[in-house]
Design a protein around this ligand. Sequence first.
Ligand code: HEC
Length: 211
Amino acid sequence: MRKLFGMLLQVRLAVAVIAGFALAFVAVGVLIGMPPFAYIVIGLLIAAPTLFYIYKPRESALTNAKALTVFFGATVATLLIIQFIPYGKDHSNPPVNGEPAWSTPRTRELMVNACFGCHSNSVEYPAYASVAPISWTVQSHIDEGREKVNYQEWNSRQREAEETIEVIKEGSMPPRYYTMFGKHSEAKLTDAEIAELIAGLLATGGMNEND
Ligand code: HEC
């Protein structure tokens, strides 16, 4: 341990750069709602060879340039390797099993625009959802979203559907990351659309606790 610490002190600049990258990665990950396992898999794949290299006995001195080369090499290799992890690659949808009796076609349209990206069996995957770890992030939102409420599995009880109007009113759905960076602009409802949607959902039934 002490030896490792000594080694790291020799390459302070490299350690600072690596820490900066790690922090930026975590910050972006939190912002886009990246699932916890992504940090673990990617962190381990990059850290293991980097630490191994820094720690291994050597003739010539360890330098910042060498440490950074190994770190960036491990990063590139990791980004390539994780593309082979199958999670999030299968973009097929389960069959549709019934929908609520929407009060109007417009109510359904607004729900499709704002919610079906995660709470339906008609998910349209964007192209970037094929690249890990973005694909893992997108898939984990869809998995979690469907588990909570699936507006196209209406043949079985969707208990959390009672929260629908509430989450729209409080603005917690769609999640903020969904409409960040100009993505999914159709899901970013205006105040007028939100009022329209809530009125339509009140007339649909089953979308709040009072029904
Ligand atoms: C980007 C994917 C995504 C979109 C789009 C989305 N949701 Fe969600 N939703 C989730 C996830 C993930 C959860 C579970 C974790 C959480 O609560 O944040 C969830 C949870 C819920 C819940 C359960 C209660 C709760 O807060 O946990 C309801 C109800 C819900 N969403 C309704 C909606 C409605 C209505 C819309 C459209 C206005 C919508 N969601 C849009 C991903 C999404």
